[in-house]
Structures are given as C-alpha cells and as structure tokens.
Design a protein around this ligand. Structure first.
Ligand code: ADP
Ligand code: MG
Length: 201
C-alpha cells in the first residue's frame, strides 16, 4: 500500500504504517475519509471538555489521540523517527513544553494580537512536528482552540473554501507562509491567517 502524499506532507515510515487500525484500506481517499470522521469526533470531544488546558502538554497529546486514535495506534504519542520536517525527536518533549510556556506568556501579557499569537503558535508546533502524522491538522485545531478558549476570538479561516489537504493555491500559500516563517519572516503567515492585510504587489 503506497499513498500519494501532497506537497508538504509527512511520509510515514513502514513501522508507522503498521499502526493503521484498518487493514482493508487501499486508497488515499479511504484513509482521508476515516481520518476526517475521527477528527470530527475529536472536535466534538474538544468542544465539550471543561478545563482550559490548551497550554498543557498532556492535553496536546490527548487532543492528537482524540483526533486520530480510531485510525492510528500511535496517535497521541510523540514521533520517534526523523522526518524531512521537524526537530530531532529526542527534543520534542522539551521543545513542546517550551512552546506551550511561551504561548501562555504571550496570552497573559498581551504580547501579540490573537491572530498573530495563533500564527506563531501554529508555526512553532508544526516546526516541532511532535507526531508521526497529522501534525498540520492537529496544530491548526490546537491554534483554533487557543483562539477561542484563551483569546475569545473566532478561529482562523485556514481553508477558506479550499481543501487544505490537497494541492491547490490555498495550500501552496500556506506552505510558502510556513517556509517563510521558518526563516523568521512572519509577514506571509500573518497575511494568511488574516492578522494583517496582504502585501500589495
Ligand atoms: N517547511 C515547513 N515548515 C513548517 N511546517 C511545515 C513545513 N512544511 C509542511 N509543514 C507542516 O506540516 C504539515 C504536514 O505534516 P503532517 O504530519 O503530514 O500533517 P497532516 O497529516 O495533518 O497534513 C503541513 O500541513 C504543515 O502544517
Ligand atoms: Mg500527513
């Protein structure tokens, strides 16, 4: 079984593929559907919970498990292999806790506007790339939960009518913005999330 991954997606190692809980899946489309159904359940779980724990690393793992745990056995556990995106897997626990501490500080001290905080939080989370897969979806949802629950601000229009999991102009703009942020240029990502007007060219 080989799935055609879109640009900017994380390929799975063979041992990670073994974690697929359904053995009848043969196409990318079937996998996408199963994951999407799982994600919807995870979102419902996230909306119902009581505690304000977005800055807690236990919550970050639990959220990944709720979003992907019906489909993948390794959901909610940190990545143990190197990927083309992401830091050394040994650094994940510490770097993630540092990010969560920083994001809490930003919120408590009004360091950034809500959308800028969401953009920076999202970018750092996908740059760490804590999980074997699902990092983009998980980190968009985590940023939205932070916006709603901590900043009382509406979520980001990440997809804006497109399918962000497929190759299209919105995904290309998203990946280009993340790559610029990797180089410390946050302007494209701020424009992408609607924190500033897009630059006139
Ligand atoms: N150069 C990059 N810098 C930072 N993040 C990136 C880069 N390229 C891709 N990403 C992020 O990684 C995600 C893909 O990782 P993956 O674990 O496959 O997530 P998902 O399965 O949810 O798409 C992209 O959606 C994006 O958020
Ligand atoms: Mg992926």
């Amino acid at each position: 079984m080989t799935f055609q991954e879109p640009d900017g997606a994380t390929p799975l190692d063979p041992d990670e593929r073994q974690g697929l809980k359904y053995n009848h899946i043969t196409t990318r489309g079937e996998l996408d559907e199963l994951e999407q159904a799982n994600i919807e359940q995870g979102l419902a779980w996230a909306a119902k919970r009581r505690s304000r724990d977005v800055f807690d690393d236990g919550f970050i793992r639990r959220l990944h498990k709720k979003l992907f745990g019906d489909v993948w056995t390794w959901a909610g556990t940190y990545r143990q292999t190197e990927k083309n995106i992401g830091i050394d897997p040994l650094q994940i626990p510490e770097q993630l806790r540092m990010l969560l501490g920083n994001a809490r500080y930003w919120a408590e001290n009004n360091v950034y506007s809500p959308l800028e905080a969401a953009a920076r939080f999202h970018h750092k989370m996908v740059q760490i790339h804590p999980f074997p897969n699902g990092n983009g979806r998980h980190a968009r949802i985590a940023a939205d939960l932070m916006l709603e629950e901590v900043y009382e601000h509406p979520r980001v229009a990440w997809a804006s009518g497109f399918d962000l999991q497929a190759d299209n102009e919105r995904r290309q703009a998203y990946l280009a913005a993340l790559r610029a942020a990797d180089r410390e240029d946050f302007a494209p990502l701020l424009a992408f999330v609607g924190a500033v007007e897009p630059a006139k060219t």
